[in-house]
Design a binder for this molecule. Sequence first.
Ligand SMILES: Nc1ncnc2c1ncn2[C@@H]1O[C@H](COP(=O)(O)OP(=O)(O)OP(=O)(O)O)[C@@H](O)[C@H]1O
Length: 296
Amino acid sequence: MEPILQVENLTKQYTDFKLDHVSFNIPKGTIMGLIGENGAGKSTTINAILDLIQKDDGTVTFWGQELSSNPRQLKENIGVVFDGINFHETLTPAKVGKISAAAYKQWDFDTFNNFMRKFQLPMNKEIKTFSKGMKMKLSIAVALSHYPKLLILDEATSGLDPIMRDDILDIFLEFVQDENHSILMSSHITTDLEKIADYITFIHQGEVLFSKPKDELIYHYGIIRCGTSVFDSIDKSEVLAYRKCDYQWEVLVAEKDTAQRKYKNTVIDNATIDDILLLYVKGEQSDEKFDFKGSV
Ligand SMILES: Nc1ncnc2c1ncn2[C@@H]1O[C@H](COP(=O)(O)OP(=O)(O)OP(=O)(O)O)[C@@H](O)[C@H]1O
């Protein structure tokens, strides 16, 4: 499937951090979740994708074009939401609507007003009086009201209560019902990604550990929880990562069913995205990790 966004070898060097040859694709009609520990490089990736910071190397193309080659048209087609307010605090939503109408040819006041009603946001109150969740909802309403084809969301649901988050996730799912639409979404709320993402890209210390279909992770990956004697008997070439917890070992394997056939009397659970993140970040990685590095 043709990618809407293609990121190849994106590299950015800061004094104490390097985003190192990050690559992934987002196919049409899909949601890509970007995960990683604090400071892994998710926001740096998103900022470099959007040319908000200058990259040192790599290419980023939207619908086959670099942002700098056609910035006005491409920005029209990209809706962006950051964790934090994108607008001046003394503005009201009504004024934000007018400014956005001037900025985007495709701006639709009706859509904006509908979202404001749905999100129960006041039109004429200054944004500085808004709670974090209200600001996030306003940003999401603006991003969706100029009919983008790609949404880029950096921790966009983090300030929302579970009920509003659920509503917003439904809006995102509805958005990608149009097969020409896609979403790139960084989030620490991995249950949200389990619910809506099609693919997961995991960035760890500035590098992509994997970029894979979510279903492969949650249906094929498994966690063996076992004592030392079973741990010692496990073929380490099948192990992605492992760690010793208080009384047991936790071992991440890529093929749960194969492992279950091999280690019959051992309990092997499905791995959640949190399990995978924890084991990669806090555990030891098997030397074979790069054999499992898939890409979409
Ligand atoms: N302008 C900058 N100058 C120097 N270092 C920076 C700059 N911006 C980010 N960094 C560093 O880059 C690293 C990655 O930060 P980034 O914000 O991309 O991480 P993140 O994965 O989004 O983290 P979080 O989940 O905490 O938001 C951090 O070590 C951060 O200190």
